[in-house]
Design a protein around this ligand. Structure first.
Ligand SMILES: [Zn+2]
Ligand SMILES: [Zn+2]
Ligand SMILES: [Zn+2]
Length: 130
């Protein structure tokens, strides 16, 4: 078995496949409006996640982010921060095949003070590659 380093040159076929798998999703953080929902940055009121586009592209298959339940907002802080697991997109690239993450027992949550954070092993999704 040959073990390739993680970030070697990607073949054109792989890039093509990756491009084909790209899916457009509505930005969860601003609900597709392109504006900062909380207007924390009053001068730059464009949504920081999609940069005002209202849409984002991620590689498919897109699945709802487990940590924020697809809302794009960190559920454990002041609820004005982007979800640390999906970056505010509300969707993440699904893992297939996957199994339950043993580190967090499938919850995706790592109990830490002052507030829980996404499980470092499964990045908040509760599943890891099989
Ligand atoms: Zn947005
Ligand atoms: Zn999320
Ligand atoms: Zn986990």
């Amino acid at each position: 078995m040959t073990r390739k380093p993680r970030w070697t040159t990607v073949s054109p076929e792989e890039i093509k496949k990756w491009e084909k798998n790209r899916v457009e999703i509505e930005c969860a953080f601003c609900r597709g409006k392109g504006k900062d929902p909380f207007q924390l940055l009053s001068k730059l009121s464009d949504c920081q996640v999609c940069l005002g586009k209202g849409k984002l592209k991620i590689s498919g298959p897109a699945v709802k982010c487990n940590f924020c339940a697809g809302k794009g907002i960190d559920p454990y802080t002041t609820s004005r921060l982007t979800c640390p697991a999906c970056g505010g997109a509300g969707m993440v690239t699904g893992i297939e095949p996957s199994k339950k993450c043993a580190n967090c027992d499938g919850t995706g949550v790592y109990p830490r003070r002052p507030h829980p954070v996404p499980c470092p092993k499964c990045k908040g999704q509760g599943v890891v590659p099989k």
